[in-house]
Design a protein around this ligand. Structure first.
Ligand code: 8HG
Length: 302
């Protein structure tokens, strides 16, 4: 456990002596799109049809607009709080190159998010920039999600598959999704029309996909339109607890080249190299590298 105890407060809970937990590192390391920094340094986000607010208070972390029961049911897992990130990091920092990235993003934790939301979100992410991805997801949530009021403001949950299934192609395009609108429509249709009793090799049942071993899960996700190896890696890493995933985007490519490899290797080679090197923990290493590369705007041009 990465905290000593949890106590109920009037409008939420407080986690005492939380280790390896930094709000900026968690919410700005690239894994999520529904969290925003407030003027007071807190972060407010939407997940699991709820709006919560996080505040760092010394070594403690408060979560507002929730209860102890909800914490145990949802947030304990969502924030991956049962994992001891120190032992994970101790392994990584034996590698003097990765040490630099781990120390930089020392408070990163991998959130365990909702698979349906992440499938759609990472389809939107392809060839897209993070602020734009966030905007598209917000547009979709405003149109097909549910309203939640918090502190006088309206937030919108990400729609479930039934609610998003009614979306027309033109309406999805109007959410600034561009060429990805048809991929979203096709994928949502496949998930919606999947009959869960027909669980077989080509199943589009998300729970079935999630229950598969890492490599099979990676392949099954790519049966959705708009999901290639990179997008599949992000979905399985951020919502299916598959930690051998190693998504290689331009930042991770640069980081791997900067730290380890020749400048001209293919994405596939980088992925293979990383999985050999970091094994079942590759996904965690990837997150420290992505955050380091993006925040420092690293370049490999000599
Ligand atoms: O966490 C991420 N890891 C990797 N490797 N790629 C990501 C993450 N988050 C994220 O949005 N991306 C992709 O990187 C989406 C987009 O193509 C680009 C934004 O920098």
């Amino acid at each position: 456990m990465d905290f000593t105890k949890v106590e109920e407060i009037e409008n939420g809970i407080i986690l005492r002596t939380v280790r390896n937990f930094n709000l900026k590192h968690i919410f700005e390391c690239g894994q999520c799109f529904r969290w925003n920094l407030e003027e007071d340094g807190n972060y407010i986000g939407v997940a699991f049809e709820r709006v919560i607010e996080l505040q760092a208070i010394g070594e403690d972390v408060a979560i507002y607009n929730t209860s102890l029961a909800e914490f145990n049911e949802i947030w304990l897992n969502y924030f991956d709080l049962k994992r001891d990130y120190l032992s994970l990091k101790e392994e990584f920092i034996k590698d003097p190159l990765l040490k630099e990235a781990v120390e930089f993003g020392h408070g990163i934790r991998l959130l365990q998010q909702e698979p349906f939301e992440l499938i759609v979100s990472f389809i939107i992410s392809s060839n897209n920039r993070i602020p734009m991805i966030k905007k598209c997801i917000l547009n979709i949530s405003k149109k097909w999600g549910k309203k939640v009021e918090y502190k006088g403001k309206t937030y919108y949950t990400f729609p479930n598959v039934q609610d998003l299934h009614i979306a027309e192609l033109e309406e999805l395009s109007a959410c600034s999704t561009g060429f990805r609108a048809k991929y979203i429509k096709d994928t949502v249709d496949k998930i919606y029309n999947n009959k869960s009793e027909e669980v077989y090799e080509n199943s589009y049942d998300i729970n079935w996909i999630k229950s598969q071993p890492d490599q099979d899960c990676h392949e099954a996700l790519q049966k959705f339109t708009g999901v290639g190896p990179k997008v599949a890696d992000c979905i399985m890493l951020f919502s299916m607890s598959k930690y051998s995933a190693f998504p290689v985007d331009v930042w991770v490519k640069r980081a791997m080249q900067y730290f380890y490899l020749a400048p001209d290797v293919s994405l596939k080679k980088i992925r293979g190299f990383a999985i050999d090197k970091f094994g079942n923990q590759a996904g965690f290493a990837q997150q420290y590298l992505f955050y380091y590369a993006r925040e420092n705007n690293i370049s490999v041009d000599k």
